[in-house]
Structure formats: structure tokens, C-alpha cells
Design a protein around this ligand. Structure first.
Ligand code: 5GP
Ligand code: ZN
Length: 125
């Protein structure tokens, strides 16, 4: 099936995180529901490093609208639950979503990094 829509962020057919959400690319999943999938980053930069993604392809946080409020509420709620269940909530943790090249985004499907288990500097790199 060919996606003919204009989509500078990449079409779902060739999107790595769409494939992870669909299960056609394996990942170490720690949560999934009807809206959100969470899995461990393949190259962790902290003792706990989890990525949370919407199942639906959204290229980045720059594409979000007010209509995405329920999705974002779910995503951040899952992040807080995971922080607790992974044992990083008490020490504190970082949630970050990189946007675009200068923002450090390397996969063009919205994702929030949940990182914890060590102290972080501010501002980041
Ligand atoms: P970004 O650089 O776009 O903010 O974050 C993308 C993240 O995806 C990186 O931290 C990178 O390590 C992770 N990543 C890239 N490819 C894969 C993969 O195939 N599986 C998993 N689990 N993580 C990936
Ligand atoms: Zn995607």
C-alpha cells in the first residue's frame, strides 16, 4: 500500500517506530495500550531509558494540536506510572522530546524519552 500524502516526517510504512508499535520490529516493551507504546531505548543513555510513543504516526511534537490532549494525558500518565514502577520516581527523572535536527531528533515519530537512575545536567548538551 502506498501512502500518497505529503509527509515530510516520513510515511508510516517506512517509519521505524510505527513498525515497533505494530510489532513488526521487535522491542523490549514495558507498556502498551490503545494509544501509547513504551519500550526500552536500544542505546540507553541512563540506567533507565524508555521511549514512549503514540501508536498513531505523528512526526514530532511540532505536529501536535489541542485535539491530541487525551493522547498526551495518557502518554504523560503512563510515563509517571512507569517512573514509579521502574523505581526512578523518588530520585527524580527527565522527560524530553527532541524536535528537528538541531533539537537532536533522529527518529521522525513523536517520542518522549523517560530517563532516570542518575543525575542530569541543565541545560542538556
Ligand atoms: P531521538 O534522537 O530522535 O530523540 O531519539 C531516538 C531514540 O531512538 C534514540 O535514543 C535511539 O537510541 C533510539 N532508537 C533508534 N533505533 C531504535 C530501535 O530500533 N529500537 C529501539 N528500542 N530504540 C531505537
Ligand atoms: Zn511512525
Amino acid at each position: 500500500m502506498t501512502d500518497t500524502r505529503e509527509d515530510p516526517g516520513g510515511s508510516p510504512a517506512d517509519c521505524l517506530f510505527c513498525r515497533i508499535a505494530a510489532g513488526s520490529v521487535p522491542a523490549d516493551r514495558v507498556h502498551e495500550d490503545d494509544l501509547v507504546v513504551a519500550f526500552r531505548d536500544i542505546a540507553p543513555r541512563a540506567p533507565t531509558h524508555i521511549l514512549l510513543i503514540p501508536r498513531r504516526h505523528i512526526a514530532s511534537a511540532a505536529e501536535l494540536t489541542e485535539d491530541d490532549g487525551p493522547l498526551l494525558g495518557r502518554l504523560f500518565g503512563v510515563a509517571a506510572d512507569l517512573a514509579r514502577s521502574q523505581g526512578i520516581a523518588d530520585g527524580g527523572y527527565r522527560l524530553v522530546s527532541n524536535v528537528g535536527r538541531w533539537g537532536g531528533q533522529t527518529v521522525d515519530h513523536l517520542h518522549v524519552h523517560l530517563m532516570g537512575g542518575r543525575a542530569f545536567r541543565w541545560p542538556p548538551g
